[in-house]
Design a protein around this ligand. Structure first.
Ligand code: MG
Length: 389
């Protein structure tokens, strides 16, 4: 028996503010959609995870879910209804018996809820989670109360909504053929086709992120969850130095700063990122950059140092570790670093999977003392705190 999950992420979601749609904004150091897709990928009862994304979101999506091993997304339509139909059609080749359809903007979906929905589909052709309405409901057209609505039997609907695959596919095709539009969730499409739908208890935590406030609170929540089950606090340090050579820019924390010289090294010689990488490796006793990327290996010649950093983060994550903060000090007589600090923090944040507020980058001169003071090179120190289970 194959169970497919269709993750609907087609919306432009700009109600939440910000530069990118809400499903691509960061909570707990990762895009919302990363958490949502991961929940289904990691669930043993789900065999296929098919994302449906908005047109023009291809690049953003690829970056957001990098490393998860998801299949290629399909491009949704102009309405949620269209997007869902396209997603459901896209999994046909896997011949699923059950399909779960889930909003990308609900990253807090639990294993237990996914289990429940799959289980209920043994007894019903459709099962959707929801919450009984606890507050009193008023019918108030034009802002004036005309009556109180009986809230008994009133539920709000959540996702994942589960269906027997053939039933929901036929229901969507029927709605499409009849050009019935404006069905706002999958259950409405099933209702329209006369499919019996069972309601099961959802979870308060499984709320849909809609507004900017939702994103802020979700970030706090997701970060808190991450920290909570990782009591093992460790500190790592890293130090690096590279001499100057003829050139026109130095690269520090991934940012090229125009200068009359460059830093000499086997890779791009990003001295600050090297110190940071060693600090992370230090927290898990995994040697240093040279252990993983020997300078004798020609494939790392001129390499972007973000590759080294990404590898250190990957090793940390393999131990289920997360970064709590990073503090970097760059010792340089020149060039001037401070105008580039904001760009450096923004560059490092997604690589470390933390908010930029958890990254400090400071710069100091050596007051003309010693080799660094004589402008012979640049030195960097990094301290990193990580949390492990
Ligand atoms: Mg180095």
């Amino acid at each position: 028996m194959t169970v497919a999950a269709v993750i609907v992420a087609g919306g432009s979601g700009l109600r939440a503010g910000g530069e990118r749609p809400k499903q691509y904004q960061l909570i707990g150091g990762r895009p919302v959609i990363w958490w949502t897709c991961r929940a289904f990928l990691a669930h043993p009862g789900v065999n296929v995870v098919q994302p449906v994304i908005g047109e023009g979101h291809e690049q953003m999506f690829a970056e957001a879910v990098d490393g998860l091993g998801l299949p290629l997304p399909v491009i949704g339509g102009s309405t949620r209804q269209d997007s869902c139909r396209i997603g459901i059609e896209a999994v046909a080749r896997h011949k699923p018996s059950k399909v779960l359809i889930h909003d990308a903007a609900r990253p807090f979906v639990s294993d237990a809820l996914i289990d429940n929905v799959i289980g209920w589909l043994d007894r019903f052709p459709a099962a959707i989670p929801g919450m009984p309405v606890a507050e009193t409901l008023k019918f108030a057209p034009g802002g004036m109360v005309s009556r109180t609505v009986d809230r008994a039997s009133i539920w709000t609907a959540q996702t994942p909504q589960g269906f027997s695959y053939d039933g929901i596919l036929a229901a969507y095709r029927k709605a499409e053929a009849e050009q019935t539009q404006g069905l706002t969730d999958d259950a409405s499409v099933a209702e329209h086709a006369g499919i019996a739908i069972s309601m099961l208890m959802g979870e308060l935590e499984n709320r849909k992120l809609t507004t900017a406030d939702d994103i802020v609170m979700a970030d706090r929540d997701m970060t808190g969850r991450q920290l909570q089950d990782r009591p093992d606090v460790r500190v790592g340090q890293g130090i690096d130095v590279h001499p100057f050579d003829d050139g026109d820019a130095v690269i520090l924390c991934g940012i090229a700063i125009p200068y009359s010289q460059r830093l000499k090294g086997h890779s791009d010689a990003d001295v600050a990122m090297h110190a940071l990488t060693d600090a992370i490796l230090g927290t898990i006793g995994e040697g240093d950059i040279g252990t993983h990327f020997p300078p004798s290996d020609p494939q790392w010649k001129g390499a972007a140092s973000r590759i080294f950093l990404a590898r250190a983060v990957e090793l940390l994550e393999a131990k289920r570790g997360i970064i709590a903060n990073a503090d970097i000090t760059i010792l340089a007589e020149a060039p001037k670093v401070s105008p580039h600090v904001a760009a450096m923090r923004a560059f490092l944040a997604p690589l470390l999977r933390v908010d930029p507020s958890r990254i400090a980058i400071k710069a100091t001169t050596m007051e003309k003392l010693g080799a660094i003071g004589r402008k012979e090179g640049i030195m960097a120190y990094a301290t990193v705190t990580v949390r492990l289970p």
